[in-house]
Design a protein around this ligand. Structure first.
Ligand code: SF4
Length: 152
């Protein structure tokens, strides 16, 4: 596989295969990827108008057992400063966010060993029932900075 061929394919707005994407991940310099991505953006959004979204980062819990070495956010289960965000706190933060023109919550948090999927389903449902207009950006996969393979 050649990087230049993959860039050409992407610039022609053709979908790349999984194998091609993995090849780019391992071999493409970050600066080149950024340049190709910017060119594609200019093709897809020729008027050049760039927009943004106002959202608020709210942590679901600071309890975590992942123990990432760089992290000073998490607290071990049972720690005196451990918390799980309650509905009153969500309500206050969402109301403030909406008042300032925001429309999304980025919900992140620690790996709490006692909170299963149902907890998150119930939490997100409760928020959406009360604030149907708020978008929830949640449960995104994350990579710790120490494992990201930066190319630049
Ligand atoms: S998973 Fe997140 S919250 Fe948990 S220790 Fe790592 S960075 Fe901190």
């Amino acid at each position: 596989m050649e990087l230049s061929k993959l860039y050409e394919k992407a610039l022609g707005l053709e979908d790349l295969t999984v194998e091609e994407g993995v090849f780019l991940y391992h071999h493409a310099p970050l600066a080149e990827l950024m340049q190709v991505a910017d060119s594609i953006r200019k093709i897809q959004v020729p008027h050049g108008k760039v927009t943004w979204q106002i959202d608020r980062n709210v942590n679901t819990t600071n309890v975590c057992i992942a123990n990432c070495k760089f992290c000073n956010f998490f607290r071990v289960p049972g720690h005196k400063d451990a918390y799980i965000t309650d509905m009153a706190t969500y309500r206050k933060k969402i109301t403030e966010t909406l008042r300032l023109g925001g429309d999304q919550l980025l919900l992140q948090g620690g790996h709490h060993p006692e909170l299963g999927l149902q907890f998150y389903v119930d939490t997100f449902k409760a928020i959406k029932i009360e604030f149907p207009q708020i978008k929830l950006h949640t449960l995104g996969p994350r990579k710790s900075p120490i494992s990201v393979n930066w190319k630049a």
